[in-house]
Design a protein around this ligand. Structure first.
Ligand SMILES: NC(=O)c1ccc[n+]([C@@H]2O[C@H](COP(=O)([O-])OP(=O)(O)OC[C@H]3O[C@@H](n4cnc5c(N)ncnc54)[C@H](O)[C@@H]3O)[C@@H](O)[C@H]2O)c1
Length: 247
């Protein structure tokens, strides 16, 4: 796969899956606008990547409409076009349902569902300028299992499927594809904090492929959906969970 001269925006770029994606897209020749909450985390990522000239960054909250508008204006001024958007930012705390407040519910929906809408809708005029725009949303295989401690998160990620399918129909006439990749339980930093090692080992044993899922496992699926080879695939879910769920 080759992304030379391609303009790729990745939200959640400083996170486990987002940073693996950023690294791979850069190595395949793309320039990457890495977006995340903290400029410090983005600067650390830039250093870790060896300070590449093709790395651009912006710190903002994807659930803040005004900040998303400002980000889109900056991308328009700096690049003028977006070929690939990967919505990878996400927030997935564990909360027992009977302790869930409306405030927490709203926050989780705002980041995981409103955020992809706000980023996508504001960047859409720039994606339409691409010859073959691609939008890849990072969903979650938790929508298949219905993880009980993540009710608002599962709800938001299920909503992201509806968003993807409807948007695919909206933007298809511009040659833009919209798809979802659903990771299984992936051993990134927040997951290692939330789940004891025994729970990750148990999840590995429950899969067809009996090992831990890593951020690297998601990269191939996302790059494929962003590539020219996936030009006729849209509105689809590509589940990457080592065979934990079948659908
Ligand atoms: N790790 C897993 O097991 C798993 C499983 C299924 C789906 N996912 C999804 O994959 C994506 C990446 O997850 P990860 O494991 O790499 O987590 P992560 O926490 O390492 O990365 C998520 C990134 O999103 C950023 N972010 C959070 N809220 C934001 C906001 N309001 N505005 C901008 N950025 C924000 C965080 O700062 C973080 O860098 C998420 O969408 C997550 O829901 C992860």
């Amino acid at each position: 796969m080759n992304f030379t001269e391609q303009s790729v925006v990745i939200t959640g770029a400083a996170g486990g899956i987002g940073s693996a994606l950023t690294r791979r897209f850069l190595s395949l020749g793309a320039k990457v606008f890495a977006a995340d909450l903290s400029q410090q985390a983005l600067d650390a990522l830039r250093d870790e990547l060896g300070n590449p000239a093709a790395f651009f960054s912006a710190a903002f909250d994807i659930s803040d409409e005004a900040r998303c508008q400002k980000f889109a204006a900056r991308v328009r001024d700096d690049w003028g076009v977006v070929d690939v958007l990967v919505n990878a930012a996400g927030y997935f705390p564990l909360t027992p349902f009977d302790e869930l407040t409306y405030e927490v519910w709203r926050k989780i929906l705002a980041i995981n569902l409103d955020g992809p809408f706000l980023v996508t809708s504001n960047l859409l005029p720039l994606i339409k300028r691409s010859r073959a725009g691609r939008i890849v949303n990072i969903g979650s295989a938790s929508i298949f299992a219905g993880t009980p401690e993540q009710c608002p998160y599962v709800t938001a990620k299920a909503g992201l499927i509806g968003f993807t399918r409807s948007l695919a129909n909206v933007v298809g006439e511009h040659g833009i594809t919209v798809n979802v990749v659903t990771p299984g339980l992936t051993a990134t930093a927040p997951v290692k904090k939330l789940f004891p090692a025994a729970a990750l080992a148990q999840a590995a044993q429950a899969r067809a492929l009996k090992r831990e899922e890593t951020a690297e496992d998601l990269v191939g699926a996302v790059c494929f959906l962003a590539s020219a080879d996936a030009a006729f695939i849209t509105g689809q879910i590509l589940n990457v969970d080592g065979g934990s769920t079948f659908h």
